[in-house]
Ligand binder design. Structure first.
Ligand SMILES: [Zn+2]
Length: 553
């Protein structure tokens, strides 16, 4: 084993994952053999961007620490899971890499035991409830499920065998009390020194951490060679990752708070068990989510959290995803209503552009002649910029920026005119741009066509309402026919009848009253259609009986 991984000689930090030296720890990392994907990723093991090299061509093994299921998941968790979901979608959809993603569900743990005793239900039942809730939350956030979820309680024999292996290799020991500890000194006496801690519970060294914990009375337990007990937290990840991927892992991910000691200890255990120098090649860590104005991360212990369910009452999954895309995955991010408003308005701008481009393509929106060469060039440049940004440690803010600038350019080219001027329509480049933007968003998990935030039933009801309003308006707008019977109300021929003006007012009022609910109805002479949108997402075109442009519309 490589002893100097455990402490940086320059900073004396315990463990490469915690060290900031950017120099000596780098030497401790060996560039893996395999396929260079062309991507660069920020590797926490070296604190710098490294070329992403995968052991098997076109495939990545990816392990992530999942939830400890004892309570509701909050927005801080959501941010980490959505960010890594985005990274995996990019790897598979943009770079053609099949990701085998294993996520562990920690369904036995001190927190679960404490909560179950407090709530007077079994630890198993409590864990089942919150595991189900976690999966529902992830699905509501459109986070793709991992290839496999694996529960700790279904892997106890494997964990016991793994611990035995580490003991046999001389890197762990059992105590009289029935605990098993990792023997830090056995891997070189260079693991960081924690001061002010006393050696307790039969430990040889204060830095030794538990692989197996003897159970106290009334606690759940499993039989083991060391007596009744349960696994420590770190060992479950090492065992389960190894049970699927063996002694070699391409990518390990998690929140930055897991880097030390959890990931550091996972590394120590795996390298002690497999007797290898480098078990995990890349550790990717996501930054914390802060409430704006707070320097603390969102966490249960600080009681400053928003649950995912509460959040989704106010915002959609797509809006949260856009919020996540606007920062680098490894940076800390400020959450506030303002940052959510920015994400929402970007999605609205994209929808509005797609809608306008489609109307133009259909001939419903008349525009000046378009510079097709410039448009095709812009599209090609954008594709190249997006590809480059995503290959550079998944730089999603830069990719979004490139797409927004394409949209800006497209909007500038759509110069609306009121009368056809005989110039031909350039439908093809706009079609290509719309299709590219849709694909781009789809890759990232945003679907503008089938937004889940508007249930189908509501959509149909609104559509009916809009259709009814259009019909009433068109009846009210029907021009006065010149006959002896209807001239007596004084309406000039060709104008709407005066007695029908209240109907038009009612139609205007309905349009205004629907706006606070995010339903925007537009009617225009040029569109010859009534269009309504929810949250900026175009929903329907509806042919109208009339082409009059009216006040207020
Ligand atoms: Zn873990």
């Amino acid at each position: 084993m490589r002893p100097f991984r455990q402490t940086c000689a320059l900073t004396s930090f315990p463990g490469a994952l915690r060290c900031q030296c950017r120099a000596l720890c780098y030497i401790a990392w060996s560039k893996p053999a395999g396929q260079d994907t062309g991507l660069k990723v920020f590797n926490s093991l070296t604190k710098r961007k490294e070329p992403l090299i995968l052991a098997k061509e076109g495939a990545a093994s990816w392990y992530s620490c999942g939830p400890t299921v004892y309570d509701h998941a909050h927005l801080g968790h959501a941010c980490s899971y959505v960010r890594f979901d985005i990274l995996q979608r990019i790897l598979s959809r943009v770079f053609g890499i099949n990701v085998t993603h294993i996520m562990v569900i920690t369904d036995i743990d001190d927190k679960i035991i404490q909560r179950s005793q407090k709530d007077n239900i079994s630890a198993t039942a409590l864990a089942k409830i919150y595991e189900e809730e976690f999966k529902n939350d992830m699905s509501a956030l459109k986070v793709l499920p991992p290839t496999l979820y694996m529960r700790v309680t279904e892997n106890i024999p494997q964990i016991i065998a793994f611990i035995k292996g580490i003991i046999n290799n001389g890197h762990a020991y059992a105590t009289h009390e029935g605990h098993v500890y990792f023997d830090i000194r056995s891997i070189g006496n260079r693991y960081g020194k924690f001061t002010g801690m006393s050696v307790a519970g039969g430990k040889r060294d204060i830095r030794d951490f538990a692989l197996w914990k003897a159970s106290k009375p009334l606690e759940p337990y499993w039989e083991s060679p060391w007596g009744r007990g349960r696994p420590g937290w770190h060992i479950e990840c090492s065992t389960i990752a190894s049970s699927v991927f063996g002694d070699q892992l391409d990518i390990h991910s998690g929140g930055i708070d897991l880097a030390f000691p959890h990931h550091e200890n996972e590394i120590a255990q795996c390298e002690a068990y497999h007797k290898c120098d480098q078990w995990g090649n890349y550790f990717l860590h996501s930054g914390h989510l802060h409430l704006r104005g707070s320097t603390e991360k969102m966490s249960k212990s600080l009681k400053n959290y928003i649950t995912i369910k509460d959040f989704l009452q106010s915002y959609s999954a797509d809006e949260f995803r856009m919020f996540c895309l606007l920062s680098r995955y490894q940076s800390a991010v400020d959450y506030s209503d303002t940052s959510m408003a920015i994400a929402r308005s970007l999605l609205q701008s994209i929808s509005a552009f797609i809608h306008d481009a489609e109307s133009y393509m259909k001939g419903q929106l008349l525009c000046q002649a378009v510079d097709e060469v410039a448009l095709w060039q812009r599209l090609a440049d954008t594709k190249a910029s997006v590809q480059k940004a995503l290959a550079d440690d998944f730089d999603t803010p830069r990719a979004i920026d490139a797409v927004m600038s394409l949209i800006h350019h497209g909007n500038c080219q759509l110069q609306v005119i009121s009368k056809a001027n005989g110039s031909s329509r350039s439908a093809a480049p706009f079609g290509a741009i719309v299709s590219y933007i849709r694909d781009f968003l789809d890759v990232l998990g945003i679907d503008l066509l089938h937004s889940v935030d508007s249930p189908g039933l509501l959509e149909n009801v609104v559509e009916e309402l809009v259709r009814f309003r259009s019909e009433v308006r068109s009846i009210a707008l029907a021009p006065q026919e010149v006959t002896p019977s209807n001239t007596k109300d004084g309406t000039p021929p060709g104008q709407p009848r005066r007695d029908r003006v209240p109907l038009l007012r009612a139609c205007d009022a309905l349009r205004k009253n629907l706006e606070p609910f995010g339903v925007h109805i537009k009617v225009s002479a040029l569109f010859m259609a009534s269009l309504w949108t929810v949250g900026g997402n175009p929903r329907r075109h509806e042919n109208m009986q009339t082409s009059h442009r009216l006040s207020g519309d």
